[in-house]
Ligand binder design. Structure first.
Ligand code: BG6
Length: 440
């Protein structure tokens, strides 16, 4: 198996918040890897913007340090690093000042024909001034793309407001809402599993499936992100985005074609079919928790520096989908920080055989489980009952058929961090469409 590089025209990628945590820890290492893989055309530029008073040379040093901290030493071959750093420009930028946007326009107008991608690695409160600043400086034309990440508001009204603000400047097709889970190879593989195999579709329904479990467990705590996390909590940080995207990929009807709007439309049907959890059901269908400290790890409240915080670092939900296919099949979603293990996994638990003909068994017949391990130990495992060989009566055992993707490394398979797979332009990949817009 070989990697296929799809050539793209030279572009300018502008990172608002170019010295921030997201840019230095995730975006720039991801871009470095894409560059090393030959996916970034030679003349493309990456332009970091922030308030810090520094020159392009100083920014390059700062990025070099960040790459050294966040990439493996063997990835940082000297020639590659120099080539990447040479792409970088830096401009001191105050998003409240039109002069900053005019200065950016001067730089970008050196190549007026290029696609300009504006990546907003900043707080959502800045989305509006940045979008309108770009428009005022004539930088929001047909070749402009806007990239935003969660949190997009804290409730429906604030999300709709944010979408309306950026929508005043950019057409919907030019707005990319990134959900990095969709960049994970194993998440993209869910589409292949369901729709490139004839095996599963006939049994992918309430007749054959008992329930589905979607788990994203993290062993680390909130770390240095307490300020953000304490306002978000596990529901806004993980459930409304990553876990619901996973649920959609498990639950959607086959899209008529593998393209952005077709996939988005099917996901939207699933989201609209979710049964609201309200009233007494909140208590019956949800669990929220917060981690406490141990002798070696701080408690949640210590870590975020807010002793009175009631923000959840763990949540579990029972979710139901009111549709022909899924009626009566619960989906259990759970996620949390500082849990025992680091594991993201989807388990589809099938119903047991309707009749057991084996009479007295020493071990019970267990349900078949298809478990899709998203990370780590990426792979698929199908638990099936088999006869244990040898004398001693008819004995059954649950043995997994195991397909570990790591074993395919000799064939060139790699399971990189999703950060280095973030893509622009493929709606079925890392881009997540806007249900608010689709509702209009
Ligand atoms: C992010 C959340 O979106 O996803 C983090 O903000 C979380 O809190 C992270 O740790 C998990 O993603 P990954 O790819 O590291 O498993």
């Amino acid at each position: 198996m070989s990697q296929v590089i799809i050539p793209v025209a030279a572009f300018d990628l502008v990172i608002f918040g170019g010295t921030g945590d997201l840019a230095l820890r995730k975006l720039l290492p991801a871009l470095f890897r894409r560059d090393a893989a030959g996916q970034i055309p030679a003349p493309a530029r990456i332009i970091g913007l922030a308030l810090n008073q520094q020159t392009t040379a100083e920014y390059r040093d700062q990025v070099a340090d960040a790459l050294q901290s966040h990439l493996d030493a063997n990835e940082l071959q000297a020639g590659m690093l120099e080539r990447f750093l040479a792409r970088l420009e830096y401009r001191v930028t105050n998003v409240g000042d039109i002069a900053s946007f005019q200065a950016l326009a001067t730089l970008l107008d050196e190549h007026p024909e290029r696609v300009r991608v504006y990546y907003l690695a900043v707080a959502p409160a800045l989305f509006d001034p940045i979008s309108h600043g770009l428009a005022a400086a004539g930088l929001a034309g047909n070749n402009a793309r806007l990239v935003v990440e969660k949190p997009l508001g804290h409730d429906y009204a604030s999300a709709a407001r944010l979408n309306a603000q950026i929508g005043e400047v950019f057409d919907e097709h030019a707005i990319y809402r990134i959900d990095h889970y969709l960049g994970k190879e194993t998440v993209q593989n869910l589409m292949a599993l369901r729709f490139a195999n004839a095996l599963f579709e006939p049994i992918w329904n309430a007749q054959c499936i008992d329930h589905v479990q979607i788990t994203a467990a993290e062993s680390l705590g909130v770390g240095t992100r307490g300020g953000y996390y304490d306002n978000a909590g596990a529901i806004r940080d993980m459930v409304q985005n990553h876990l619901l995207q996973l649920l959609c990929l498990i639950a959607i009807e086959p899209p008529y074609r593998f393209e952005a709007d077709a996939v988005r439309d099917e996901k939207l049907k699933v989201l609209r079919s979710l049964r609201p959890i309200s009233g007494h059901k909140v208590r019956d269908y949800t669990v929220r928790g917060q981690y406490s400290g141990t002798s070696t790890t701080p408690s949640y409240t210590d870590e975020v520096g807010n002793p009175a915080s009631l923000t959840e670092s763990y949540v579990a939900l029972k979710v139901e989908i009111d549709s022909w296919r899924w009626s009566g099949v619960p989906f259990y979603l759970r996620t949390g920080k500082r849990l025992k293990a680091q594991a993201a996994e989807i388990a589809v638990v099938f119903k047991k055989p309707s009749h057991v003909m084996f009479g007295e068994l020493h071990t019970p017949i267990l349900p078949n489980v298809l478990s899709m391990r998203l990370q780590p130990d990426e792979g698929l495992r199908l638990h099936i009952m088999t006869k244990e060989p040898g004398p001693g009566g008819f004995r059954l055992h649950d043995i997994p058929l195991d397909m570990a993707f790591a074993e395919r490394q000799d064939a060139g398979w790699r399971m990189p961090d999703a950060g280095c797979l973030r893509t622009l332009g493929d709606g079925c990949g890392a881009r997540s469409s806007n249900p608010v817009h689709a509702r209009r």
